[in-house]
Design a protein around this ligand. Structure first.
Ligand SMILES: Nc1ncnc2c1ncn2[C@@H]1O[C@H](COP(=O)(O)OP(=O)(O)OP(=O)(O)O)[C@@H](O)[C@H]1O
Ligand SMILES: [Mg+2]
Length: 129
């Protein structure tokens, strides 16, 4: 059963972290892999809140072709004008370090981002056991 979590406030980012951790432990991820997927999920949940104006995270536990965790972040915010630029380390339109998106991509096995100006952003990350 996918787990859908709203991201409307800072508390929700904490809840996403907790749920991702719980699923990662259940799947039997190593401590290092737990930390990777939790860190990536935190960064993306934070972006969903700060830049997307809120949205939701969906957590899917995968079994085929092997155990894994997939998390989808969606918002109906302003979208990202240039995704390639946004992924570069150091690029930020806020007060951050500009490391969230690129960092998240490096921490997972699969990273897919779709963004449409004026419509919103979807980021899907997958980490296999
Ligand atoms: N969901 C989103 N909707 C709109 N713009 C986004 C979204 N996520 C990221 N961005 C844009 O991409 C930029 C880079 O994001 P990234 O997470 O790498 O850095 P940051 O959030 O600015 O700083 P950091 O994550 O290091 O604190 C953001 O500054 C913002 O302009
Ligand atoms: Mg960020």
């Amino acid at each position: 059963m996918p787990d859908k979590l709203p991201i409307r406030a800072g508390d929700d980012v904490v809840r996403v972290r907790q749920q991702v951790r719980a699923r990662a432990v259940e799947i039997g991820f190593s401590l290092v892999d737990q930390t990777k997927i939790i860190t990536a999920a935190s960064e993306l949940a934070r972006n969903t809140l700060d830049y997307g104006g809120g949205g939701e995270a969906t957590i899917d536990v995968l079994a085929v072709p092997k155990p894994g965790l997939r998390i989808t972040f969606e918002d109906q915010g302003p979208g990202i004008p240039d995704v390639d630029t946004a992924l570069k380390d150091g690029f930020t339109t806020g007060n951050g370090l500009g490391l969230g998106l690129g960092g998240a991509r490096r921490l997972v096995n699969d990273f897919a981002i779709t963004s449409k100006l004026g419509q919103g952003t979807q980021v899907i990350i997958t980490r296999w056991k």
